[in-house]
Design a protein around this ligand. Sequence first.
Ligand SMILES: [Zn+2]
Length: 258
Amino acid sequence: MMDTLLLEEMTWEEIQSAMQAGFDSVLIFAASVEQHGPALPEVTDTVLGYAEGVDLAKRLGNTLVAPVIRPGLSKHHMCFPGSLTLRPEVFRGIIEDYISAYIHHGFRNIILMSSHGGNFSALEEIAAHQSKCYPEICIITGCSLEELDELLIQMDQMEGLSPGTCGGHACDWETSLMMMIDERHVRKSRLQKGLVGSLCGELLERFFRDGVKSVSENGVIGDPTSSNADRGKRYFEIYQRMQEQIIRRKLNAWHNHS
Ligand SMILES: [Zn+2]
């Protein structure tokens, strides 16, 4: 067994022998470099992308993990210092170049994933378009943003938290995950409540159109003040299990049709 499933940490010889041994799938995570409230660093979605990618690759088997892509599509976070955002065509170009490179190297299943809400719909469009360009290759995405939002509501219920605590950004969910990975990521004295309540309808429109600050002064959507690493473990397990099931279902559907 190899020490790492991260392509960027492997030598070309290790990658070649992994592929000869049947590793024919690659997970491509798109993350972000953006504000995550007063307590979490800009690198948050990137750290989560690596953690989710490596764990998913183990669950799926025969799968390697591409270098996590960032920045992403974060226009709505530009109202806070430090955030980066890519032009949609630049983001699309990077994803397309990753796809063509890994197909060139012989991967047969390309799984496009996002650890940042703003990338989800763009990835779905890119996957649909690229599937037409490479009909012999299985190109899929993980869960939809709606499925993730649904899961966040369930997480609040499971943990007995008030609705909106896992609001989706720098919230109890993301902060607990970061604590699970490494407590040092979190400025505990700076944990603050943000917008708590459901981000939908007019509020959601304003969130994307006028920026995060127009709905939350500190950039937090949710309430991270009672976050902890144990909860992070439970969140991680349930989220990863959902992603695994969705990916397996899509992979099976594609291979049974072809
Ligand atoms: Zn995030």
